[in-house]
Design a protein around this ligand. Structure first.
Ligand code: HEC
Ligand code: HEC
Length: 253
């Protein structure tokens, strides 16, 4: 706990001196040079194994149901850029959904198959595959109209102190950027590298899994995968990251 209280003290100092609008950099910019190179190398970034599985699943026939590919022909072209526009408000349901949510929706409503489930290997693979098709495309989520209240909720979540350590996201991911914490270098806390392969997980994980880890880190409530709270937060993080390219699948410690 001593290191935690030191973090709090430093966060307050840093916030007091924060001058506002800083240039937000992707999470990969805070990796060691070796890990940066490994992330970029498809042969050495294990996240690409999930991308390959997702690509295979995309065209796999499951009984009489149409495959993803039956409706999304030439996905390299037709789905390029899609991931950069999520989360977004679903025109039909009026609710905020992320890329995982859109894929599950296609699975259930259009393929008429049982949902894969958040954090299942199938959904992770498909999400990583679809996200990889947008590599290099700058994030361009909307906060207009029906998305606005979600954006506001995400922003206030990001700024609210929480948990036993009474820390807000902003205290670490704005106030302490570049500092070391448990062997990591604190980044701007955005989601452009997710789903990401994390060495600590020994596998691929969603952005919501990473958010749950940060909530646990400050001893705050861990919200469910796909919860409204994390969806709103995801939208706010995507707004912070506007203009930065999709990098999924990322590689993390
Ligand atoms: C006590 C400091 C601390 C707090 C508070 C905190 N985080 Fe983190 N967070 C970290 C550390 C350390 C990492 C791993 C290194 C990194 O990527 O920043 C991390 C990683 C992340 C990442 C992954 C970034 C990447 O590219 O891999 C995201 C996203 C994130 N945090 C979002 C949040 C959000 C949203 C909150 C508020 C709910 C939050 N964090 C609260 C310390 C914190
Ligand atoms: C029967 C046809 C059909 C099937 C099968 C189908 N989809 Fe879709 N998909 C659609 C339609 C139509 C939309 C547009 C929905 C909208 O924008 O409201 C869509 C939207 C999407 C989007 C969002 C595109 C964007 O630009 O926002 C993604 C990603 C996606 N589907 C992935 C998948 C995956 C992965 C599968 C297989 C698990 C799948 N779809 C199966 C018809 C289908």
């Amino acid at each position: 706990m001593t290191s935690a209280s030191r973090v709090v003290a430093t966060a307050l100092l840093a916030l007091a001196g924060a001058a506002g609008a800083e240039e937000i950099k992707p999470g990969s910019a805070f990796l060691s040079p070796q890990m940066q190179r490994q992330q970029e190398d498809e042969a050495r970034n294990p996240g690409w194994l999930w991308v390959e599985q997702g690509e295979e699943l995309f065209s796999r026939r499951d009984g009489v149901a149409p495959t993803c590919a039956s409706c999304h022909a030439d996905p390299k072209r037709s789905l390029r850029g899609a991931a950069a526009r999520y989360p977004q408000v679903d025109a039909a349901g009026g609710k905020l959904i992320n890329l995982e949510g859109r894929i599950e929706q296609c699975r259930v409503e259009r393929q008429k198959q049982p949902a894969f489930g958040y954090e299942s290997q199938e959904l992770l693979g498909l999400t990583a595959y679809v996200a990889s098709l947008s590599q290099g495309v700058p994030l361009s989520v909307s906060t207009e109209g029906a998305a606005k209240p979600y954006y506001e909720a995400g922003k206030s979540f990001y700024e609210r102190r929480q948990g036993q350590l009474n820390l807000a996201c902003t205290q670490c991911h704005d106030g302490l950027v570049g500092q070391k914490l448990r062997g990591d270098t604190i980044s701007y806390g955005i989601g452009t590298g997710f789903p990401a392969y994390r060495l600590e997980w020994n596998g691929l994980g969603s952005l919501h899994r990473r958010l749950r880890a940060c909530s646990l880190g400050v001893r705050a409530t861990q919200f469910d995968y796909g919860s409204d709270e994390y969806l709103a937060l995801e939208l706010y993080l995507a707004v912070r990251a506007r203009g930065l390219p999709v990098e999924a699948p990322g590689l993390r410690r």
